[in-house]
Design a protein around this ligand. Structure first.
Ligand code: HEM
Length: 375
């Protein structure tokens, strides 16, 4: 939390009543950039560097409502947008295919996690942001989440209880001295899950509680199973000789009851990407392998994307000359886009399956037309 109550890169920010999860792809060079105008990479870099001003524009209008925007940058565009030096663990989302369920990887170059206690301010920030980005991006996914009762997911359980607090929060969420160029940043993993709610509601409360590992009404932890099937809570607990490795979650329910859509948008921030990956492995493959997380029998992962959230300081410097920024380091690579001086690498082409212009697999993803035309 900043002294103003609003800001950028607020990995440690408070849970809010509303949030928007916006995943974008950076357009290929050529979508703009002709006739001397900015290339997509230049446009995106400039918007990211000025993001704090955009948050101020909205946040100052009601400072008590904790407006924030936290940006993550994906592996595919990291080199072009930031520079050749890369966070130690950054790579594309790692898929986990179990016997029954798969954590699929889906495209996404930029994540904007927009939060506020006021839904209209989330909307306003997203509107201004997409307006500023114009044709430099295409929309891969957009989800508006809401806080449900006492921080419950749509399965009816209190979600987020085990999040670290106090000094454990930055310790778990923020990169430290182990990767000095990127300290203060965080790895972010997002997955959009859909629930067949009627099937879940056919279970008894005690069956649901055994799957989650907590009681439903009063949110008390249940003992771990001695052997056999483990609960979600136990499979998502990562322990080694160094102790327990926590992550920070800010899951949000989303829904369109008229279309039968009920979901949980999972977002995890972590100092170490491997911790979230180990959780996914234990959930999807199972521990022991074969005994997957039974939560997945009622939750289908529709997306899966990994990002690195640079510190606010690094984000604000993206428009500087590269020589001023050791973390961004390096000269433009030979053969790089000659029109973009601080860009060491061109944006690689999307994989065929990752075509940002492709028809969305999920009807709720097809909202690219919401963007205003470029100025
Ligand atoms: C715990 C729900 C997906 C990681 C919990 C709890 C609930 C829950 C109700 C117990 C209360 C709490 O501590 O928050 C869900 C739902 C999901 C989902 C509805 C998606 C449909 C995930 C994923 C991960 C994850 C994908 C990680 C990759 C955790 C962790 C805990 C937890 C770390 C705390 C474990 C502990 O007690 O130490 N989740 N979760 N969850 N979940 Fe999930």
């Amino acid at each position: 939390m900043t002294d103003t109550g609003y800001g950028t890169q607020m990995v440690e920010g408070p849970l809010t009543k509303s949030a928007i999860f916006l995943v974008l792809n950076v357009a290929a060079t050529g979508a703009s950039g002709e006739g001397g105008s900015a290339t997509p990479v230049e446009s995106v870099r400039s918007v990211l560097a000025d993001l704090e001003d955009l948050v101020k524009t909205v946040g100052f209008r009601d400072p008590r409502t904790a407006v924030s925007c936290t940006v993550g940058i994906g592996d595919r565009v990291w080199g072009s947008l930031v520079g050749p030096a890369k966070p130690a663990e950054l790579h594309p989302f790692r898929e986990f295919a179990g016997d029954r369920h798969t954590a699929i990887a889906t495209p996404g170059d930029l994540l904007f996690h927009i939060r506020s206690d006021r839904e209209d301010l989330c909307f306003e920030l997203e509107r201004l942001l997409l307006d500023a980005l114009g044709a430099a991006v295409t929309v891969a996914d957009e989800v508006s989440g809401f806080r449900y009762f006492d921080t419950r997911d749509l399965l009816g359980f209190v979600d987020g209880t085990a999040n670290p607090i106090g000094p454990d929060l930055p310790e778990s969420a923020l990169v430290g001295d182990e990767d000095p160029s990127f300290s203060g940043g965080s790895y972010a993993v997002v997955q959009k899950y859909l629930h067949p709610l009627a099937d879940w509601q056919r279970l008894t409360t005690s069956e649901q509680e055994a799957i989650m590992g907590r009681t439903k009404a009063d949110n008390v932890e249940l003992d771990d199973a001695e052997s056999g099937q483990k609960s979600h809570k136990t499979l998502a607990t990562i322990e080694d000789e160094a102790g327990e490795h926590d992550i920070v979650r800010d899951n949000m329910p989303f829904a369109r009851p008229g279309s039968g859509e009920f979901g949980t948008y999972f977002i995890g921030y972590s100092r170490h990407l491997w911790v979230i990956e180990r959780m996914l492995e234990r959930m999807f493959i199972g521990d022991p392998p074969g005994l997957h997380d039974r939560l997945l029998d009622f939750s289908t992962a529709m997306t899966g994307t990994t990002f690195f959230v640079p510190s606010a300081e690094l984000l604000g410097s993206l428009d500087d000359e590269p020589a001023d920024e050791p973390a961004r380091g390096g000269d433009p690579a030979p053969g790089g886009d000659p029109g973009v001086s601080p860009t060491p690498e061109p944006v690689p082409a999307q994989e065929p399956t990752a075509d940002p212009g492709a028809a969305p697999a999920d009807a709720s993803l097809g909202i690219g037309s919401l963007r205003n035309p470029p100025h």
